[in-house]
Ligand binder design. Sequence first.
Ligand SMILES: C[S@@+](CC[C@H](N)C(=O)[O-])C[C@H]1O[C@@H](n2cnc3c(N)ncnc32)[C@H](O)[C@@H]1O
Length: 213
Amino acid sequence: MDEPSFDWAKAHGYLGGLHAPLSDVLAGIEPPSGVQVQPTVGPQAAALLDVLIRAAEPPRILEIGTSCGYAACVMGMAAAAYGGTVVTMEIRGDLADAARRNVARLGLEATVSVLEGDARELVMTLTGSFGLILQDGHKELYEPLLDPLLERLDKGGLLVSDDVLFPVMKIPERVRGWAEAIERYNRRLRGHPLLRTTWLPIGDGVAVSVKHA
Ligand SMILES: C[S@@+](CC[C@H](N)C(=O)[O-])C[C@H]1O[C@@H](n2cnc3c(N)ncnc32)[C@H](O)[C@@H]1O
């Protein structure tokens, strides 16, 4: 029998259509006009985060790389349903302010805290642990921040890492170093003694790791 044929681009388009924005309000999350931002996690990874959070109900969630707060709001809406909280970190003041405005627009001020500053320093000041961590900050910081983040992840907690397909994507030459950094990071995830990881071809690639020890 012939192998079933599979058109990857068509599948991506089809799945993209199934992952409608989580709400009309969320679809309105935009950067301030004229401000350059990096892409959000996108609707497919947002839907994955929504499902993971509603299933695991982590009391505390951490995000590295807030931008305008798209993923923070997705996670905040899911966490608000059971009384969980989200801490998110952004190095750019204009984006941290935009994220706070989006959080307020959704009425999530009691659920989502936006910290402004360099995650390399902010992570070291965190007390307590988290049940889910989303890594979507600077790609060259994924690998150096891995162990500090794992120290703050509960046993059985989830580490979700965005953009893990950068090594095989066409990306601008000026950010070629990001692809190399993600390649190093993927190898660390694969060999890490505390983690079991699966890599999913959604959005720009999402790795989901569980801290099993
Ligand atoms: C891909 S964007 C995040 C998108 C966001 N997670 C979402 O889905 O809406 C990455 C963000 O990380 C921020 N960033 C870069 N280096 C950082 C650092 N050292 N500490 C904190 N944030 C950083 C960038 O300014 C950028 O806004």
